[in-house]
Structures are given as structure tokens and as C-alpha cells.
Design a protein around this ligand. Structure first.
Ligand code: FAD
Ligand code: NAI
Length: 475
């Protein structure tokens, strides 16, 4: 007899563990299955985000930023710091501690909410009287059954054809987060989010970093003006980004990696590096789920096919997060997890795809919500634009970080905010105001009339809103 639950969640990343907690809050008997193992073989819930994604990358970004500040920015404050050294092993150990704190926190939250946690791989066995039977293969094997199943199995790094990750020389996000010493020469393929964040970490620590990008445009999904401003800053920092390249043969040798590629001018180039990070996107993960046993529909990329409500083709089976369509972001996965749990309870869970913020945690940070200027032009929407540079913001000057701007786009007729784009200090925090404003369908005038604390970076958002109506006060 298999154990019966109301809801079984397969995957304990941000999509899965949050769905499990919300379902338990709503009164269901919930099981959450996750197979991630820590170094000792124990459970490490939190998925990609906690173990090899959002959290560890931000820990390394923070450490490397401190190092960069000590070397390059302390002096202007009158602080002399000579002989600053980076102990990479200590930095990595700190990152591992941060990860463990998050793993333990999630285990605690599951327990607190009376979610039964199973450490192992979950796979479909078939339909059963009580719903679906899922086999859990961990230290022991057991079967559990539930009427409602939420698939939240996430994604894996995409490898270049013919160049598998060995996590020694050719690194995915996993290996990129546990390099033991600063590589002299680091090559990255793909100047997307991971390429820029991980490239920044190792560049700040002294690596000679080259990022090869296939597309001719830099950060094509970002507002063009913002991407241009960010590129200027990255160039100044010495992050070498080559656009429009065609990557050819990659030789993974004893001493490192050689990447043969054709540059934008059509010239053949050979790039030698100690390490290569391949960050060319991620693929949905349904490996080992045994979807055939129940006839779960997947698309040609292997993603679980869902409708707008995260319903699959099977009654009672839902899927959320990286394993389905839409942006691969932890907060998107969480929102979908909550919405599905509420839908199972007969409530009206909702996810507003128009107000999902994006953040790239480089220096300067890049953050945006809503549509870009190029999107509005392509859609023929009449809009007004206002921007405000951090150079004119008192707090930014006091911080010594005046790169970038806040840019606001509003409907030409109604003044409704259509997009907010930020490159600069604390963009990750500043974007929250724009998300709230857009969720409540605020106008630029609404933001312009709200009292913002002085001196604060957020005054730049107010000023950008004022600039939409051509009435900036401080620029
Ligand atoms: P995942 O987090 O991938 O979790 C899936 C879980 O399911 C894993 O624990 C996996 O082991 C488990 N699993 C899979 N199959 C089974 C099975 N059959 N049985 C049992 N368990 C299974 N997003 C942001 O929003 N902000 C960031 O700053 C950010 N930084 C990132 C940095 C990096 C380097 C990377 C790689 C990603 C980053 N992301 C970031 C993306 C974010 O990590 C993902 O969008 C998010 O983790 C997706 O959550 P998920 O729950 O869908 O899947
Ligand atoms: P990405 O989609 O952000 O960027 C991949 C880049 O690689 C693109 O610019 C693409 O044009 C390029 N590319 C693809 N194939 C190529 C090839 N053969 N040669 C050269 N260039 C090639 O993917 P990335 O950086 O791997 O990250 C995966 C996802 O993880 C992101 O899309 C994001 O959803 C998530 N993530 C989010 C973060 C955040 O929110 N701060 C941080 C890191 C990752």
C-alpha cells in the first residue's frame, strides 16, 4: 500500500518548495520530493537557485565586489589598503556556508508547515485509484500516491554539442561556482545573464576574461539605451565581450581549453584559456520523471506543456518554474507555485507576466520591468520617455557610484507606466517600486507626485517620472 497524500510536489527548488508550503497552508496533506544531495550525501533542497544558481552566485559577486572596492575604490575615501589578497578557498567556503544556511532554512520551513519531505528521485509509475503513483528512489524505495501532482523539476545547463561539461576545464554554472583558484585566462561562451555575472566575479578577482557571444547585439532583451550604457561600463572594467562570433572547434586539453571561433569580421581566431564557462542557456529537466508512464505531454525542447494556469494535459497534474514556458527566474517559479496551490484549493491564483522583474547582478546592476523602448516601437505604441542619470543624484555621488540611469516609459495618452529600466547602483532594489507601480497600473504622474526620501537613489525614479513630463527638478 503506497502512502496517500493530497498533493505531491516533485522538485524542491523555488517553484516546488514554495508550492508545497502554500498547499500545506491551505490545509492539504503534502509531500515534496527532491533529489539534490549536499557534499555529505544529505538532502539539500532549494534546487538550482539555492545550490548552484541565485544564492551562491550572489555570494561570490559580493565577495569579489568587496575585493574590487578594497583595490580600486577605498583610496578615494582616504582608506589605504595595500597588499589586499583574496583567499579563494575561503571565499568558496563562505559561499558554501551561505548555501547550507538556505538548505537548512528550507528543511525547517517544510517541517514547520508539516510538509513530508522525501529525499530521492521521484518518477511516475502510473495512474492509480487515488490519483497518480510516484516512485521515490532514495536511500530506500517507496511509492506515494496523490490526486494532485505538481512538477517542479527545473532546468539544467545547456552544453555545446560535442563539448560536454567536465567541470574541471569546461564548466557549467555548477563548476563556475567552485573554481579553486583565480584562472589567469577565463573564456566564456554566451554573454547572457550567467556569462556577465560569472565573468564579473572572476574579472574582479584578476582573471583576464573574454566572453564570446553569438548574437551581433549585446543583451538584446534589454532596453537598447540601458544595454549600451552597461556595455560602456563593462568595457571600462576590462571585461572583453566579443559579439557576433561563430564558435567552432573546442579542444579540451591537459593545460586548458582552446576555443576556435570566427569573429564578426570573419577572421579565424584561436582563444586559449585555463577555464571555459559555457553559459548559452538552460534546458528544461524532465530526466528520470518517466513521463511516458502517464502520457505527460512535452514540447520539442523537453519542457512540460502547460496552459496559462500551469495545467498539463493530465487532469490533476500541474507544472511550474523552469520546466515550463516563460522566463527561467526563481521568483517566476515561486509565483507559479503559489498560484497552482491556490488553484488546487479552488481559489483564483494569479501570475502577472507583465510585471515580472529581471535583474542582472553585475556592477552596475541592470534591472527592468515591462516593455523596452524597442518593443514599444515595434508594437507601434505611442509612448513618452523620461530618464534621470545617477550622476545628478546626491546619494549616488555620496556613494561614489554614479554610473547609469533610471528610464521610464509611459503611454503617450494615458500616462500609464509601460516599462522601467535601470542600470546603476542598487537597481535590484530600486526596481521593486516600479513593479508595484505597474501592478497597480500607476501613471508616471503618480510616481512623480510621491514623496521619496532624500538623499536616496529612489529619488532618481521620481525624477525619471518627472522627466516623462519634461519637468525634472534636478537635471
Ligand atoms: P530548480 O531550482 O532547478 O529546482 C528543481 C529541483 O528539482 C532540483 O532540486 C532538482 O534536483 C529537483 N529534481 C529534478 N528532477 C527531480 C526528480 N525526478 N525527483 C526529485 N527531484 C527532482 N533566477 C533569479 O530569479 N535570480 C537570480 O539571481 C538567478 N541567478 C541564477 C544564477 C545561476 C548561475 C543560475 C544557473 C540560475 C539563476 N537563476 C536566477 C535562475 C533560477 O535558479 C531558476 O529560475 C530557478 O531555480 C527555477 O526554479 P525551479 O523550482 O523551477 O527549478
Ligand atoms: P541566457 O539566455 O541569459 O544567455 C545565453 C547567451 O548565450 C545568449 O546571449 C545567447 O545569444 C548566447 N548563445 C547561445 N548559444 C550560443 C553559441 N553557440 N555561441 C555563442 N553564444 C551563444 O542564458 P544563461 O546566461 O545561460 O542563463 C540561463 C538562465 O538562467 C537565464 O536566462 C536566466 O533565466 C537564468 N539566470 C538568471 C539570473 C538572474 O536573474 N540574475 C542569473 C543567472 C541566470
Amino acid at each position: 500500500m503506497s502512502k496517500q497524500f493530497d498533493v505531491v510536489v516533485i522538485g524542491g527548488g523555488p517553484g516546488g518548495y514554495i508550492a508545497a508550503i502554500r498547499a500545506a497552508q491551505l490545509g492539504f496533506q503534502v509531500a515534496c520530493i527532491d533529489e539534490w544531495k549536499n557534499a555529505a550525501g544529505g538532502p539539500a533542497p532549494g534546487g538550482t537557485c539555492t545550490n548552484v544558481g541565485c544564492i551562491p552566485s550572489k555570494a561570490l559577486l559580493q565577495s569579489s565586489e568587496h575585493f574590487d572596492h578594497a583595490n580600486h575604490h577605498f583610496a578615494e575615501h582616504g582608506i589605504s589598503a595595500t597588499g589586499v589578497k583574496m583567499d579563494v578557498a575561503k571565499m568558496i567556503a563562505r559561499k558554501d556556508t551561505v548555501v547550507k544556511q538556505n538548505n537548512d532554512g528550507i528543511l525547517y520551513l517544510l517541517k514547520k508547515n508539516k510538509v513530508t519531505f522525501f529525499h530521492g528521485r521521484g518518477s511516475f509509475v502510473g495512474k492509480a485509484e487515488g490519483g497518480y503513483t510516484i516512485q521515490v528512489a532514495g536511500k530506500t524505495e517507496e511509492a506515494i500516491t496523490a490526486k494532485q501532482v505538481i512538477i517542479a523539476t527545473g532546468s539544467n545547463a545547456r552544453a555545446l554539442p560535442g563539448t560536454p561539461f567536465d567541470e574541471v576545464n569546461v564548466l557549467s554554472n555548477d563548476g563556475a561556482l567552485r573554481v579553486g583558484a583565480v584562472p589567469k585566462k577565463l573564456a566564456l561562451i554566451g554573454s547572457g545573464v550567467i556569462g556577465l555575472e560569472m565573468g564579473s566575479v572572476w574579472r574582479r578577482l584578476g582573471a583576464d576574461v573574454t566572453i564570446l557571444e553569438g548574437l551581433p547585439t549585446f543583451l538584446g532583451a534589454v532596453d537598447e539605451q540601458i544595454a549600451k550604457e552597461a556595455k560602456k561600463a563593462f568595457d571600462k572594467q576590462g571585461l572583453k565581450i566579443e559579439l557576433g562570433v561563430k564558435v567552432g572547434e573546442i579542444v579540451n586539453g591537459k593545460k586548458g581549453v582552446t576555443v576556435h571561433y570566427t569573429n564578426a569580421k570573419g577572421e579565424a581566431v584561436k582563444l586559449e584559456a585555463d577555464k571555459l564557462i559555457v553559459s548559452i542557456g538552460r534546458v528544461p529537466n524532465t530526466i528520470g520523471l518517466n513521463t511516458e508512464a502517464v502520457g505527460l505531454q512535452l514540447d520539442e525542447r523537453g519542457a512540460v506543456v502547460v496552459d496559462a494556469d500551469c495545467k498539463t494535459n493530465l487532469p490533476g497534474v500541474w507544472a511550474v518554474g523552469d520546466v515550463v514556458r516563460g522566463p527561467m527566474l526563481a521568483h517566476k517559479a515561486e509565483e507559479e507555485g503559489v498560484a497552482v496551490a491556490e488553484r488546487i484549493a479552488g481559489q483564483h491564483g494569479h501570475v502577472n507576466f507583465n510585471t515580472i522583474p529581471w535583474v542582472i547582478y553585475t556592477s552596475p546592476e541592470i534591472a527592468w520591468v515591462g516593455r523596452t523602448e524597442q518593443q514599444l516601437k515595434a508594437e507601434g505604441v505611442a509612448y513618452k520617455a523620461g530618464s534621470f542619470p545617477f550622476l545628478a543624484n546626491g546619494r549616488a555621488r555620496a556613494l561614489g557610484d554614479t554610473t547609469g540611469m533610471v528610464k521610464m516609459l509611459a503611454d503617450a495618452t494615458t500616462d500609464e507606466i509601460l516599462g522601467v529600466h535601470i542600470v546603476g547602483p542598487q537597481a535590484s532594489e530600486l526596481i521593486a517600486e516600479a513593479v508595484v507601480a505597474m501592478e497597480f497600473r500607476a501613471s508616471a504622474e503618480d510616481i512623480a507626485r510621491i514623496c521619496h526620501a532624500h538623499p536616496s537613489l529612489s529619488e532618481s525614479t521620481k525624477e525619471a517620472a518627472l522627466a516623462v513630463d519634461k519637468r525634472s527638478l534636478n537635471f
